[in-house]
Design a protein around this ligand. Sequence first.
Ligand code: ATR
Length: 275
Amino acid sequence: MKKLFGVIGDPIGHSMSPAMHNDLFDFYGIHAVYMPFHVSKDNLEAAVKGLKALGVSGFNVTIPHKTDIMAYLDQIDPLAEAIGAVNTVKNENGLLTGYNTDGPGFVKGLEAMDADLDSRSALIIGAGGASRAIYFSMAQAGIQRIDLYNRTAGKAEELVSTCPFKVQSKALDRESAEKSLKDYQLIIQTTSIGMSPDTEHLPLSAENISQGAIVSDIIYNPLQTKFLQEASKKGAQIQNGVSMFVFQGALAFEKWTGIFPDIERMRANVLRNLG
Ligand code: ATR
């Protein structure tokens, strides 16, 4: 019998996950299909019960359900628990386990660019949900210094004080972040600043980015935010948000099938989808 996978969210119409995963099922000869499901907040509990009752093999979870879904699962992986968000669920004989592959996916994408990750100093811009997943996962991966800058300083301070993994961190104000930008080999932009249609904005000045630094932005629309363009002019190596999206999907696919899929194939699929 064909296995069923899917993604639940609201909105869900523009999700690139169905095309990406269905292509992988075809490519690896796996008898399965991946469907988008539009689930409103009011219907989340019923939807999870329904997916379980139907014997769905696994599913992804996207906005706005990544935190709320945790109440309806049977088990939560410890990293997902620490992050407070689940984006991937696996069904094993009726037992639903929640994982977070967003943060680990981001780290895998960084590892693909830099073999010496753990000896680097990193600055994360932003202190929302995406920042939290990335920050905790980078700390768990052993990166020794990770500082944070956020418009609302209190949120960065709170993140630093709640990180359960051993890491040297401090929350910076805008002025000190801009001044010390040259000291970081990894700079990660996690806010929505620069996302289409407001593509002209920067989260902070890129002036002091050093040559050779890796600058990553989790935005993929546009493929090159203004911040990445400025970083590139400074001689940084840049990475856009396609990487995190593809690697979170690859880790979900691996949890479901045991196969770590072909990343370049996934990237090509996503880039076709983005037009
Ligand atoms: P996500 O889950 O995508 O991380 P989020 O939890 O709403 O979304 O977090 C949004 C992040 O983008 C926050 O760090 C937010 O900064 P504040 O904490 O100060 O709100 C940041 N952000 C969004 N719009 C911003 C703007 N116009 N200027 C500066 N920061 C902005």
